[in-house]
Design a protein around this ligand. Structure first.
Ligand SMILES: [Zn+2]
Length: 81
């Protein structure tokens, strides 16, 4: 009976400590900021925008990034003539 209790205690402690141990032994790899959030230039108003927040549109098969829907529309109008 005592051994069963001891085993249970070991299991509980291990379950509690394992996530902490794992975190301590293998920290998550930190990617450079450039890879996560690149700055892209809005071709209409020449503003730099963070890519993840930019408005994306395709122009001649290439992705183009804008600061707003308004700029994307203006760009499309320019392309149309
Ligand atoms: Zn813009």
């Amino acid at each position: 009976m005592k051994i069963a209790l001891l085993l249970l205690w070991v299991v509980v402690v291990t379950a509690l400590l394992l996530p902490l141990l794992r975190r301590a032994l293998a920290p998550p790899p930190r990617r450079p900021a450039a890879l996560r959030d690149e700055l892209v230039k809005d071709p209409v108003c020449q503003t730099y925008v963070v890519r993840s927040r930019a408005v994306r549109a395709l122009a001649r098969g290439e992705p183009v990034y804008f600061c707003s829907d308004d700029c994307a529309r203006r760009y499309a109008a320019q392309l149309g003539g």
